[in-house]
Design a protein around this ligand. Structure first.
Ligand code: DX5
Ligand code: ZN
Length: 221
């Protein structure tokens, strides 16, 4: 099933409530919530107080992308803040199974993210325990970067590994996702598209209209 996860860090902070209502009206599937610690990536993004305000304000699924070192410190925090899916990076710990289990014990869906430089075989053994694999199509940390086309083969590889194991896995792609990049990624096996400045938050169109059109494009292309 094709899903679109709207990247909240790309929304207009001064009109956040209005933008979220527009995303709800456009029946967007999820809110992609980027959390950065200034260490794993050289930047900061959304924070805990924002999520505290946001959780009672919307019933949209919170797809939390932790770009942080020491995810064990943050998994319980974001679980308490109302995350529905918690995704952390494979590059930050040798104890991936333990961390996935920690997310599951919080009653949340577990995702594992790979930077463009991390080989897909890395997560083969973990696939049966995961709800989602997030393949970064840019180096994480900043919005508005150029899509790295070499990542497409990783999508193919992860879909192939999941099918071999008979798993119905969500494969998400994040960074530079728009009308030029969705078709090859979808053909390769991606089904969750993180929509940021390259699509629904380009500033060229109203967010509601852009979200409706982009969702339809992802479904039909
Ligand atoms: C990159 C972020 C992405 C980003 C995607 O570190 O994780 O979520 O916001 O949006 P664009 O389309 O700007 O690449
Ligand atoms: Zn992200």
């Amino acid at each position: 099933m094709v899903k679109v996860s709207a990247s909240l860090d790309c929304a207009d902070y001064l009109r956040l409530e209005e933008e979220i209502k527009k995303l709800e009206r456009a029946k967007i599937d999820m809110l992609h919530i980027d959390i950065m610690d200034g260490v794993f990536v050289p930047n900061f993004a959304l924070g805990t107080n924002l999520l505290r305000k946001l959780r009672p304000a919307t019933s949209l699924t919170f797809d939390v992308h932790l770009m942080v070192q020491n995810p064990e410190t943050f998994i319980p925090l974001f679980a308490d803040l109302g995350a529905d899916i918690i995704t952390f990076h494979a590059e930050v710990s040798p104890r991936l199974h333990y961390l996935v289990d920690m997310i599951k014990k919080e009653g949340k869906k577990a995702g594992l993210a790979l930077n463009p430089s991390t080989p897909p075989e890395f997560l083969s053994y973990l696939l049966p325990y995961l709800d989602l694999v997030l393949l970064m199509t840019v180096d994480p940390g900043f919005v508005g970067q150029k899509f790295i086309p070499e990542v497409i083969y990783k999508v193919e590889k992860v879909r192939e590994m999941a099918e071999e194991k008979g798993l119905d896995l969500d494969i998400a792609v994040d960074g530079g996702i728009g009308e030029n990049t969705v078709p090859p990624l979808k053909r390769a096996g991606a089904n969750v598209f993180v929509a940021g400045t390259t699509s629904i938050f380009s500033g060229r169109e109203d967010v509601e209209k852009a979200a409706l059109e982009f969702k339809q494009f992802c479904e039909e292309c």
